[in-house]
Design a protein around this ligand. Structure first.
Ligand SMILES: Nc1ncnc2c1ncn2[C@@H]1O[C@H](COP(=O)(O)OP(=O)(O)OP(=O)(O)O)[C@@H](O)[C@H]1O
Ligand SMILES: [Mg+2]
Length: 1008
């Protein structure tokens, strides 16, 4: 296999390789060969081949001679040069035709197909890979595109492992036909693809000639699988243990099966196979090998009829359905292999099979499993690479089909393969030789006809009413059919056909040819005469699997294996005969031909230089025969005599009418000039389009930015104004509040609405903050908004953002760290954020007020009265009397003489009738001499109307003040009293007076 074009090792060589057409050997394009003859054509090819120039053109058809060695012409640099170069300025190369096809697809919107033909081993598969890798290298490199490209490229190693094998002609011979449609979008980027496969040579699974191999995958599996995997698949590493692999040395020079196995597994993963799918695929592959290991032996039957049984199942099937490689009971397989059940009129007749019949069934089963597995593989790859989007796509089809082959013993498979090659040759003839000449005739152009061999006659011999049709008739005919009856039918129909030969037709023509056995017929193909052995044609064409075998496989628990045999489902059993292999192949080839006709063809004609797969060997006779049957000389003649470049009128007009009036309606210059002008014009137009588009884009962008800017500034200004307005409103409210409060307080005769002790003005924020401080959920309450409280709240509390975690954290933190409830403690935690300073201050005040209220609430009535008295004292004396300060901590006792306890005051107490306010010892000052003595007072204090001073009973100067309901007027002059509790005395007198007369005591307080 060739290394990818990016291979660094090839770089040095690529430097030597000069792709310029000037450095070419011989003639690069055979159209320029002079003189033109078969001999000169051959020697030109030889000379070029020996100078490692393996590619030669005939116009835009590439002839590729297999070098059988690595040439330094597939490097990344070469890809680059052919990507940027001109088709005719560069040496002939497969990259040039790939570039031509790809650029035509991309720029001219024409679907392309690349037809690669040649006999087995001529290099078709390698050429197709080169085309694919070139296209992958030149199209863009985005991540999506790279994935698609990788998947498309990696389908090759997988399909080659399962569909290629070593034959005597080619170590990597394709044993199936492959047509791959690569789909591109309008930019020329690959989107995906679709692979169609054509008839796999499945007979190879059970048998191959000496010196050939079975399909690569079997050898790769045995060489590359780890020991545990082999154990799981119940396989032996040595190929000789497996019946279908033969006894020869399976090693191939230059092919490492173990490495290739790894590459195949990696490729499957890249394509998108799951691990389970890969494992199931390997398990089914192992089952095919294991079937080849089954030994059948004859068994005795009482009826004397032949019977057989499986000799060595070796445990890989299992006695229980869940055991074994595929979850199928041994007995079910044995019954399916060794007997056949025929249903007749609702009766089932079971017939035992002979050993030979048993082996036939076993092989048929193995072939069927493998070919169905191969079809599944292609379907699975298609699932991964298929394009799903419905956009219009351009398609490049690459056809790599099995090459024409002639073996010692040619069977049905070779017949099919060669028929396919006939059809491809027919396409080539039709499109390059026949149609062109017919066009010149039609258009009345002077033309000397070039004769060529038209192989339609051979195609007809095979398809329409030909060998394949007769074969189908023979297969479907009731009665005994055999190779002999089939041959007789052929003789009868084509005995006189010039491309058909058999013993019978020869004897009719009085020819004796011992090289043609009686069981064979010969077809004169375009590429040579091939003798086909008619034996096996009927069976291979019918391709029928005993229903019992399909049903047995359907019973397997193995998901993949079971899915390969839907016809084994008894519910879906159909008595209808399935179409024959030949019929199916013919139909699919006809579809392929239609597909190819609808596309612009590009030809790569591969030539095999020798039969030994040896580098540098050019066998004249071998190449000469290929040159002949490929019709290369005729191709050169037509190319030479015809126009170098042809294009239908309408597309030409469409393409060039954008040019100036100088080119319209006639153009006398060369086509290249025209093309060059068009290229320049396209560039100009592209610039105009770009300019217009960029201008439009910038304008749109600008308009958008402008609109956005206006919108943002409008919102911003609106917001700023709203904020300002709210500020002003708040300020106005505040001023109003103060002004109104001030006014109300100043109004004459109105009591000052001072809040009661412990009741501050109920601020809305207080309630909110308070709630938050309590740890209640702090939420935005519409009632606050309706109540007009909102503007008074700190801005952060206005909005629903008050739920912000910061606030919540702050409030919850406060809740947990409230200062002590002692009234004298005024501590309060600081605000964690600046925006909370005001709220925090407010909270501090609220908390303090609340604390005070709590304190007040728990006071007893007496204590409360005492406190009120103290408060009153403070109002009267605070700042006016020096003695007041020290007196504050001393509690007012009221009764300093023990009025309650002393029996001598009982009378006085009775007189007070519980209204005693104060009992104390005072000293009366004699105003005349200034002497102080305890005294007894009889008269009421004149300044206290309604208050009677009641003298004490004893003469030690004790006196009491009692409130009187009715006062007795009459002034007796000032009384000068000295008391140790003057503050209390005066305060109580003041209180009593206020309570009884609602008049304050007229006091003059002095420190002397
Ligand atoms: N361009 C090339 N450079 C180097 N070696 C090549 C080239 N083309 C083909 N070969 C060699 O020739 C071998 C056969 O080529 P390839 O498998 O492409 O033949 P084919 O025409 O596909 O045959 P078949 O019809 O049997 O599939 C390759 O394995 C490779 O070794
Ligand atoms: Mg091939």
């Amino acid at each position: 296999m060739l290394p990818p074009p990016t291979c660094a090792g090839a770089r040095a060589g690529a430097m030597e390789a000069n792709p310029s057409v000037l450095a070419t050997v011989g003639v690069g394009d055979l159209v320029l060969l002079d003189p033109l003859s078969e001999e000169s054509l051959l020697s030109n090819l030889r000379e070029r081949f020996l100078h490692k120039e393996i590619y030669t053109y005939i116009g835009n058809v590439v002839i590729s001679v297999n070098p059988y060695r690595q040439l330094p012409i597939y490097s990344a640099e070469m890809v680059e040069q052919y990507c940027n170069g001109n088709f005719y300025a560069m040496k002939p190369h497969i990259y040039a035709i790939a570039e031509d096809a790809y650029s035509s697809l991309r720029d001219r919107n024409r679907d392309q197909c690349i037809l690669i033909t040649g006999e087995s081993g001529a290099g078709k598969t390698e050429a197709s890979k080169l085309v694919m890798s070139y296209v992958a290298a030149v199209c863009s490199k985005g991540a999506d595109v790279t994935k698609v490209k990788e998947q498309l490229l990696q389908s090759n190693p997988v399909l080659e492992a399962f569909g290629n094998a070593k034959t005597i002609r080619n170590n990597n011979s394709s044993r199936f036909g492959k047509y791959m449609d690569v789909e591109f979008d309008f930019k020329g980027e690959p989107l995906g693809g679709l692979i169609s496969n054509y008839l796999l040579e499945k007979s190879r699974v059970v048998w191959h000639v000496k010196n050939e191999r079975n399909f690569h995958i079997f050898y790769q599996l045995l060489a590359g699988a780890s020991d545990p995997l082999l154990k799981r698949l119940k396989l032996q590493r040595d190929c000789r243990h497996h019946g279908y692999l033969g006894d020869e040395n399976p090693r191939l020079p230059g092919m490492d099966d173990a490495t290739n196995f790894q590459a195949v597994q990696d490729a499957m993963r890249i394509i998108g196979f799951s691990e389970a799918e890969v494992m199931q695929l390997l398990e089914v592959t192992a089952v095919v090998l294991k079937l080849g290991d089954l030994q059948l032996s004859g068994q005795f039957q009482a009826s004397g009829m032949d019977a057989c049984g499986i000799q060595n199942i070796q445990g890989w099937m299992g006695r229980h359905p869940r055991i074994g490689l595929i979850g199928l009971q041994e007995s079910i397989l044995e019954q399916a292999l060794c007997s056949r059940t025929v249903e007749a009129k609702q009766e089932k007749v079971v017939t035992a099979l002979s050993v030979a019949q048993g082996y036939f069934g076993r092989d048929a089963l193995a072939k069927n499993i493998y070919s169905r597995l191969f079809d599944w593989l292609v379907t699975r790859i298609n699932e991964s690479i298929q394009v799903t989007a419905g956009e219009r796509r351009k398609v490049m089809g690459v056809l790599d089909i099995y090459g024409f082959e002639i073996f010692q013993d040619n069977s049905f498979e070779q017949f099919i393969i060669n028929y396919c090659n006939e059809k491809l040759q027919q396409i080539f003839i039709l499109m390059t030789l026949k149609e062109e000449q017919e066009e010149y005739f039609r258009e009345g152009i002077k033309w000397t006809p070039v004769t060529f061999f038209d192989n339609s006659i051979i195609c007809d011999l095979i398809e329409s009413g030909g060998i394949l049709v007769l074969l189908d008739e023979e297969c479907l005919r009731p009665g005994t059919v055999s190779a002999a009856t089939f041959l007789a039918k052929l003789d009868q129909a084509f005995g006189s056909h010039e491309h058909y030969e058999s013993r019978k037709s020869q004897s009719d023509r009085h020819i004796t040819d011992t090289s043609l056995p009686s069981t064979c017929f010969r077809v004169h193909h375009y590429a040579g005469k091939v003798t086909y052995n008619a034996t096996g044609f009927i069976e291979k064409n019918t391709d029928r699997l005993y229903r019992g075998l399909a049903q047995a496989m359907w019973q397997a628990k193995h998901t993949l294996l079971r899915s390969l045999f839907p016809d084994g489902d008894p519910k879906k059993a159909s008595l209808k005969m399935p179409p024959t292999a030949g019929f199916q192949f013919k139909a699919s080839i006809n579809t392929l031909m239609k597909n190819l006709y609808s596309k612009n063809p590009n030809y790569i004609r591969c030539i095999k230089p020798n039969e030994n797969q040896a580098p540098g060997q050019f066998t004249d006779e071998l190449v000469r025969s290929q040159v002949r049957y490929l019709g290369l000389l005729e191709n050169v003649r037509v190319r030479r005599a015809g126009y170098a470049y042809r294009q239908p009128y309408q597309p030409c007009l469409e393409r060039y009418r954008l040019l100036s009036t100088h080119t319209w309606p006639r153009w006398t210059g060369t086509l290249f000039n025209l093309e060059e002008r068009r290229r320049r014009r396209v560039e100009e137009l592209a610039t105009v389009i770009q300019k217009t588009y960029r201008g439009w884009r910038c304008r749109t962008q600008y308009q958008l930015m402008r609109k956005s800017q206006i919108l943002i500034s409008a919102w911003f200004r609106g917001h700023a104004q709203k904020k300002r307005y709210q500020h002003m409103k708040r300020a106005a409210l505040l001023i109003q509040t103060y002004a109104r409060g001030w006014k109300v307080r100043r109004a004459p005769g109105q009591p000052v609405p001072t809040p009661a002790l412990g009741q501050s003005r109920p601020l809305p924020q207080a309630s909110v903050a308070h709630a938050c401080a309590r740890g209640d959920s702090c939420e935005f309450r519409p009632s606050l908004v309706r109540g007009g409280a909102l503007p008074l709240l700190p801005p952060v509390l206005h909005s629903p953002f008050s739920l912000s975690p910061k606030l919540q954290k702050f409030f919850l933190g406060l809740k947990n760290n409230l200062p002590p409830l002692t009234v004298s403690d005024r501590s309060w935690p600081p605000a964690p954020y600046r925006f909370l300073t005001n709220a925090n201050q407010e909270l501090k005040t609220i908390f303090y007020h609340w604390k005070c209220k709590k304190y007040r609430d728990q006071l007893s009535l007496e204590k409360r009265a005492a406190m009120q008295t103290k408060l009153c004292a403070s109002e009267l004396f605070k700042g006016k009397k020096t003695r007041y300060g020290p007196s504050v901590p001393e509690p007012f006792q009221g009764d300093y003489v023990g009025l309650q306890k002393n029996p001598k005051y009982q009378k006085l107490q009775a007189a007070a009738r519980g209204k005693l306010v104060l009992a104390d010892t005072v000293r009366k000052v004699n105003q005349a001499n200034g002497k102080v003595r305890p005294c007894r007072l009889h008269t009421p204090i004149p300044e206290l109307p309604g208050v009677l001073a009641v003298p004490a009973q004893d003469a030690d100067g004790t006196w009491c003040l009692l409130p009187q309901q009715t006062g007795t007027g009459g002034a007796k002059g000032d009384v000068l009293l000295v008391s140790d509790h003057v503050i209390e005395v005066v305060t109580r007198v003041h209180q009593v007076l206020l309570e009884t007369t609602q008049q304050a005591l007229n006091l003059q307080i002095a420190d002397q």
